[in-house]
Design a binder for this molecule. Structure first.
Ligand code: CMC
Length: 434
């Protein structure tokens, strides 16, 4: 097979540099520019608009056709037939589990749901009004103190064990962040329950009252976790990889990922969507907000619209939209029905408006997830925490994949535009002897 190459012409000198091209199994091939640095040449790509930072077997996205595959399986099929934990297994191991493997994996996750009692002390230091993400980023990182000395990240079994630990403990930490804010006692995990049910139990249960978990709502919760499970090299996953490339403790890498997820351009968008829908308040005000989003002099953006990779409908949004209907029907939330109507109308207008059509700004996963979460009774400030809980297997799968192969510490270069070397002006202040 002939090896494809690209030739780089610098300053009119033809064919100065020859660069290998690597074929992908799906999606665009990439030009390997690694050899350029040896010749003192660097590429410039802020925001990684055209740069593949790694190779990966985990998730494939075709943003033009609205395709999302985990280990080859379409997200729509996983959403219909699989569960969050089975998808976690798939992301981590590369294949769907056999029945025995599935059971063993689920039992392992159950076994690790509790967090060390010392973690409870951390919460005492947080004001009740703390944003749940601020607590989550801290306590997730704090777990590294409990699992550091005995952890060998070069050992594949250790890596799998720590991945299971983190996936299992995230819902426990997430629920603790909520309970602290509302001043209720922390609920211990109940390991007879499924993953999503257990989360809802820790969130809404109290020691005084048993909580019956509605199976339709538990299934919706599981679906939300599943739809967020991975999304290839997004900002938070790339952050986890970058932190992990230094050999850092995986709990601290996850804390770094949580920090990156928090912003409204990434995981914080689900919270921002709901705030936006409330701010709009009625269908009659939609045009005003659309006008603002289109105004080049106004920084306002429609939250839940647009995506760096999807330039067609986000396939997760399609699944989420259907789930939204089911949940609203189940809970019969009249108020949220109004919210949903604003969302639907907004979606319709944006899909027809030239500004959004030309820029290929379609609703993304966060556009509907917020409405479902609210219908489940989850407060807005917890939305991004739930995104983080769902994204944890993706972060761990990428961290594990990186450490399983040859990797280098992530170290971007820069285009320096500051002052060139100059001498310190000695004696500019009286008495300055330095
Ligand atoms: N509302 C109005 N205009 C928008 C929007 C929006 N939501 N998103 C992009 N644009 C415009 C932008 O102003 C620009 O216009 P122009 O070419 O006239 O300057 C053009 O579309 C391209 O925007 P960009 O900022 O260059 O696109 P990007 O790929 O860098 O940003 C994004 C992607 C997701 C950050 C952005 O679309 C956005 O801020 N969306 C709202 C926040 C949001 O919903 N984020 C959740 C993403 S999905 C969940 C996840 O994976 O984390």
């Amino acid at each position: 097979m002939t090896r494809k190459t690209a030739r780089l012409t610098i300053d009119g000198e033809p064919g100065t540099v020859e660069l290998p091209i690597h074929e992908s199994s799906a999606g665009p091939s990439v030009i390997d520019v690694r050899g350029l640095s040896e010749q003192g040449i660097f590429t410039y790509d802020p925001g990684f608009m055209s740069t593949a930072a790694c190779d990966s077997d985990i998730t494939f996205i075709n943003g033009d056709d609205g395709v999302l595959l985990h280990r080859g399986y379409p997200i729509e099929q996983l959403a219909e037939h699989s569960s969050f934990l089975e998808t976690c297994y798939l992301l981590l191991h590369g294949e769907l589990p056999e029945a025995g493997e599935k059971l063993e994996f689920e039992n392992n996750i159950r076994y690790h749901t509790m967090v060390d009692q010392q973690i409870h002390q951390f919460f005492r230091g947080f004001p009740r009004s703390s944003h749940p993400m601020s607590m989550l980023v801290s306590v997730a990182g704090a777990l590294s103190a409990f699992y550091h000395h005995s952890l060998d990240i070069s050992d594949p079994e250790h890596r799998m064990l720590v991945a299971q630990r983190i996936i299992a403990k995230m819902p426990t930490l997430a629920a603790m962040c909520y309970k602290h804010g509302v001043g209720q006692p922390f609920m211990y995990p109940r390991n007879s329950l499924g993953f999503a049910e257990n989360f809802l139990h820790m969130l809404f249960g109290t020691p005084c009252e048993e909580q019956d978990i509605n199976p339709v709502l538990a299934r919706a919760m599981d679906l939300i976790f599943l739809l967020h499970a991975d999304h290839e090299q997004n900002a938070s996953t790339s952050t986890v990889r970058l932190a992990g490339s230094t050999g850092a403790n995986p709990f601290s890498c996850i804390a770094a990922g949580i920090a990156a997820l928090w912003g409204p351009a990434h995981g914080g968008a689900n919270e921002a969507v709901l705030k936006m829908l409330f701010e709009i308040g009625s269908e009659s005000r939609i045009d005003e907000f659309i006008r603002r989003a289109k105004d080049p002099d106004d920084p306002y953006r429609l939250m839940g619209f647009g995506h760096r990779v999807y330039k067609n409908f986000d396939p997760r949004a399609t699944v989420m939209r259907e789930a939204c209907d089911r949940v609203l029907e189940e809970v019969g939330a009249a108020a949220d029905g109004a919210l949903f109507r604003i969302a639907r109308r907004l979606e319709q207008i944006a899909l027809e408006d030239d500004y959004f059509v030309e820029r290929k700004l379609y609703p993304n996963v966060d556009f509907y997830s917020g409405i479902i979460l609210r219908a489940l009774g989850i407060p807005t400030s917890m939305f991004t925490v739930i995104f983080a809980t769902g994204r944890t297997p993706g972060w761990m799968a990428h961290w594990n994949e990186m450490l399983s192969g040859a990797y280098k510490i992530g170290r971007p270069r820069q285009l320096y535009r500051g002052p060139v070397k100059r001498d310190y002006p000695v004696g500019r202040f009286a008495g300055n002897s330095a």
